[in-house]
Design a binder for this molecule. Sequence first.
Ligand code: GAL
Length: 902
Amino acid sequence: MHSKKNNRALLQCLALSVYPMMMMMIHLSCVSSSSASTFFKPFNVSYDHRAIIIDGNRRMLISAGIHYPRATPEMWPDLIAKSKEGGADVIETYVFWNAHESIRGQYNFKGKNDIVKFVKLVGSSGLYLQLRIGPYVCAEWNFGGFPVWLRDIPGIEFRTNNAPFKEEMQRFVKKIVDLMREEMLFSWQGGPIIMLQIENEYGNMESSYGQQGKDYVKWAASMALGLGAGVPWVMCKQTDAPENIIDACNGYYCDGYKPNSYNKPTLWTENWDGWYTTWGGRLPHRPVEDLAFAVARFFQRGGSFMNYYMYFGGTNFGRTSGGPFYITSYDYDAPIDEYGLLSEPKWGHLKDLHAAIKLCEPALVAADSAQYIKLGQNQEAHVYRANVLSEGPNSNRYGSQSNCSAFLANIDEHKAASVTFLGQSYTLPPWSVSILPDCRNTVFNTAKVSSQTSIKTVEFSLPLSPNISVPQQSMIESKLSSTSKSWMTVKEPIGVWSENNFTVQGILEHLNVTKDYSDYLWHITKIYVSDDDISFWKTNEVRPTVTIDSMRDVLRVFINGQLTGSVIGHWVKVVQPVEFQSGYNDLILLSQTVGLQNYGAFLEKDGAGFRGQVKLTGFKNGDIDLSKILWTYQVGLKGEFQQIYGIEENEAEWTDLTRDGIPSTFTWYKTYFDAPDGIDPVALDLGSMGKGQAWVNGHHIGRYWTVVAPKGGCQDTCDYRGAYNSDKCTTNCGNPTQTWYHVPRSWLQASNNLLVIFEETGGNPFEISVKLRSTRIVCEQVSESHYPPVRKWSNSYSVDGKLSINKMAPEMHLHCQDGYIISSIEFASYGTPQGRCQKFSRGNCHAPMSLSVVSEACQGKSSCSIGITNAVFGGDPCRGIVKTLAVEARCIPSSSTGFSQI
Ligand code: GAL
C-alpha cells in the first residue's frame, strides 16, 4: 500500500502521463446564445396536498421521461411530438454532469449535450418540463453522472456532509439553474420548467452515512432552495425531505404512497415501465396491462403527477453506459423504442389511458380527497366529486361544475369480478381498473387492450462486403455498386505503444491511472522463470497461476504477446493458469472497464481494476507477490490516441484485409458504406463480432459485445396479472443480448460513411451489415366487449359538458409508421378468430366479408378505422356469441407503391 503522500506524487506523474489523452478529449464549452422568446404566458407553479398548481389550477400531470444525450438533437422534435401525441403534459430529464463537464471547469453544451435546445423544443411544443439535476443521477449512466475527476479532489467524499463535495455540487447545480434562468426557461419567465429535482434516491443510501447523511439532506435542500429558481423542488425516495421540498415515489407501483407532510402532493417521479439490460442478460418487458393498472391505481388513490421512466430510453452512445455491465441499448421496453418508433400496443394503450384520466381531471382536481367504497373482497372504488361550494385555487375552473369521476379496481390476480357500483353492475377483469369519468360509463379498462400490436423487423439493407450468403446477395446485388467492398485493418499493439508510459512498483488502482479516458489499462512486467521452476511444474503436474483477490470488469492475460486467458466479472476472484518459458517472460495484464458503477454508497472509493493481493502462485520457491514488483503502465489504445476512428487524416497504417486474416484479436478494422435510402432508422448488425467499440464518421456509437443470454428463464407467454418484477416476461433467451447498434440518421451522409471497429477477441467484419428498422406488420384484435375509443368520449364530453351514451361501438384502428401505408391485409376474420399476431386462424364463426371489408377500408392508407358491429360485416355471423375482429396487415413504404398516401 502506498502512503497518501506517495499517492499524491504519483497522481501528479500520472496526470502528466495521460496529458495527451486529456488533450484529445477536450471539448470547448459553448453555451447557446440566450434568446428572450417565451413559450407561455409567464405562470407560477406551486402545490398543495392534492396536486401541483399551475397558474392557479391544480393539475393531473402525465410526464414522459426522455434523456437528451440518449438521442440526437435531430431526433428530439419527433420524440417530443410523439410524447405529446401519446398524452404527455410534461417531459422529464436528468441533467448529466459528466456529459457537460468531463474536464473540470470546461463546460460542454453542444450537440447531444445542448440541454438548452432540448428544453426550448419542449417549450415550443407546448409541454412542461421537469429537470432532475441531481447532480448524482444513477440512470445506468457512467459513474451515475459524476465526472471522474471528482474523485481526485483532496478529501472528497461523495453525497455526504463533506465540504469539497458540497462545493462542487453546488457549483454545478447553480450553473444549471443560472443557465436555465438566463435562457428564460422557468415557468415564471414564460418557459416550460415547472419542477426541479435535487439529489436522487438518497434515502436508499442515507443510513450508510449516519448523521452526516442527514445533515447533507438538509444542506442539499436549502442549497437548492437558495438558488432562487422559483419553481418547486422534489427529492425522490427521501422520506425525510425537509419542508418546502416534495418527497416523491419511484417504483413499479406507487399507489398508496403518502408524502411526509399533508401539505405536499403525491408525485411519482419514476414509473419503471420496463427495465435496463446487462451484457449477457435477457430482455425485460413490462406488460402494458400491468403498467396501465399501476398508473390507474396511482391516480385512483390520490396521485397527481406520474412520470414514465422511460417514455423513450434511447442509446448509451460512446462509453456513457454505467455499470456493472450495462449494454449500449437503453431501450427499456419504453413506449417509444430505442430507434424512435412507437412500441405497440404499449404506446397506444397508454394514450387511451391518459385520455381517460384527462376526462376525470375536473373531478380529480376539484375533490380534496376520494370517497372510498369497498365493492368486494379484492375490489374497491374511489369516487371523486367536485364540491360545488368549494373555494380555493380551482374554484374558477372546476368549482362550479358538479362532476363525479370514479375508478373501480379489481386487485384479484386471478379472477374477474362482477361488482355493483351506484346501482349499476360492472365486470372487472382480474388485476384491472375501470375508469368512469362520469361515475357511470366505463370508458377504459386497463386490461382491455384495443391498440394494435406492431411487429418490428430489422431488415437487411446492405452488406459492407460482397461475401454474404447467397439469398441475401441476390437480394441486394443491384444496390451494391457504390458500396465499398473492402475492409482495411491495423493491429493494436499489445502492451506499451507510446512514450506516455511509466514504471512504478506495485499495482495501482485502475481509475487513478486512466481517469476513465479509456476503458483499457495495460500492466506490463517481466517474470523470470528458472529451469528448476519448469521441471517443478512438470514433475508435480502444476501450473503457475495468476491470482487476484478481486477484480472488475474484464481482465485479459497475455504471456509473451499471446492472449492466454480472460476473466469477466464484478469484483470476482481471478485464478488464471498460465504457461511460461524458461528465462524472461512478458506478463501483461490488461484491465478493462465496461461502464463505471452508477449505484451505491461511497462511489468515490469504488474504483475499478484489481483489489487485494495480486500474485503468481505455483512457483518452486513459493508465490511471487506481484504487488511488490515493477510494473509499466500504459493507458488506452494506440488507435484511440491516434483517433483512427475519425474522419480527419491520421497516422494509422492501414492495410487491406484479406479473408484469411480473420478472426484476429486486438485489431482495428475500417470500411466505407453508403447510407440506405429512405428515412427508416439505421442499425449496424455487429453479431459477427466479439467485443469492442464502433465509430461511424467519427461518432462513437458505443461498446458492442456479442454475449449470449442464458438459455432458460424466459416465458413463452407473459401473464400480466400480479405484481411485476424485472425477471417476469423476459425474452431473447439463448440469443446474444444485443446485436443491433443504432446509428442515428443524422450521423450518416449519402455515401462513403466511415465505419471503424476496434475488436478485442476476434470476429468477422465481412459479415457486418447495415439494417433498417421498421414496423412491417400491424395486428389488432378488438371484440364487441371492448369499449368504444376513448377519444369519442372526449368529443361527446366537450359537446354537452357531460358524458352521454350515444350509440358508440368499439372500433379497430390500424396505423403504419410515418411514411408507410397498408399494402395488404394478411388476415381478417370477424367472428371467433383464434391465436395471436402472425398466428391468427379462423374459428367456427367467421363473416365471409371479413377480408373484403377490411381491405376496402385499409388498403393503400396509412391508417384506418373499422367499427366492430354486425352491420359493418354484412350481418351477424353467429347469434348469441361475442364476436371479435382480428386483423393482420402489412405496411410498406408509401414511396415504393403506386398508392397515394391518404
Ligand atoms: C432508479 C434510479 C434511476 C434508474 C432506475 C433504474 O433507482 O433513480 O436513475 O437507475 O432506478 O432504471
